[in-house]
Design a protein around this ligand. Sequence first.
Ligand code: HEM
Length: 439
Amino acid sequence: MLSENTNTRKPPGPSSSQNIGVNPESLVTLKRLQSEYGKVIRMVSTKGRPLYFINDPEVMRTLLVRHHSNYRKGPGFERVKMLLGNGLIVSDGSSWRRARRMIQPSFTRQSINHFIKLMIECSHSLIGRWETVAKEGGKLDITRETSDFSLELILRCIFGDDYEAELLKHGTNPFGFLSQDPNRNLRVVMQVRDTRALIKAIIAKRRKEKKTASPDFLSKYLEATDKTGIKFTDEELLDEIITLLVAGHETSAGTLNWAWLQLARHKHVAQILVNEATKLGAAQGCINQENLNQMSYTQAFLDETLRLYPPVWIFSRRALDDGGLLGWHVEAGSDLFISPYLMHRDPSYWNEPEVFNPGRFLPDAEEPKGPQAYFPFSLGPRRCLGEYFSFLEMKVHLTLLAPQFNMQLDDEKEPGLDLGINLRSNQNITLRPRLRMNN
Ligand code: HEM
């Protein structure tokens, strides 16, 4: 490895310009270029901007952790910005630092553990309908089920009692389109904009009520202050609430969608997961932070699902100044792309990367390089804030439902990938639930 002061090497790469971005074609191009040029590649965009693709775990860590302050968010995030305004995921520099400091206390383990009860309720509410479908020998649109589940949960966690009092008072959920419309196009951006008035009204009501902080996210965000004691303005709050809603919904929903498919495919994996839930009392309805944190196999199962299907499958940074990454020279203004999807499936870092094997994440596993090449939640100061929340949510959902329902495949075909802002299945996955006690 070269010293970091020797920032003179220019990475190899093609001389022709390349169109790399958050789109399906990039996956094919990057795979091809990698086999030709290696793990760190330099290209030029069709507009003449230097582009880098990084598929080396050490260089990736240097970019995201040690040198993070030399970069801001790169291409792809402008699309997210249309949806989320200037919320935490897309903001940069001092406004990001201020908001992150204000929001971080809402994501301590202690704060998130308060939501376990809601996670249980939202999971429990699925049982009746799934049972009816199972008894009738019918199918479940599991993509839709997991999406509705995760949307209801995050709305309840954000708005608390106002979920029912304000959001459902007209009968239909005004955010239902997030679950029903898989496209993140202009229409959805407009629909999100339409909901701003509603959120604003709830914020105004809460400000008037001057309630003491209840454990929902909105009350915590309303109380949050920066170093000088200043609170979020209404506009800032709106952007942060919409960020939380979108970030907290799609990612966990997408992961649960793939997780159920894996449980239907790998019966022995499903059985170990059910055994663990039974051993820890969760299958019998006793779910709490202690047994959730003891679920090492369920954790490994989710880690493996996220390895193969990381919802944020590619993302980018833009260099603010000339600099270096472990000896590679990076010019100011360059765009750098990293792909959890490609690194998580790279045979130089993983044994049999295409095989679904939760065992590789168990403490005694022999996977020498894998952990270094694993980053579904990103790394460094901009690492996902919702990691603990999403693991609790997914564990509660699975340990409550998997012991009851043995999912059968409806179709042997591998669903294709929809490589949009988030990775999803390109068609809804349907599964046939059977009651376990009848098996
Ligand atoms: C399986 C579930 C999830 C995955 C894989 C995931 C992944 C990610 C990734 C990769 C980033 C960073 C992107 C970057 O560095 O450019 C991120 C940021 C973020 N995520 Fe998540 N996420 C998940 C669930 C959640 C949930 C449930 C919430 C909220 C309840 C959430 C809230 C956030 C926020 C607020 C940020 C911005 C952090 C910052 O920039 O300071 N995420 N997430």
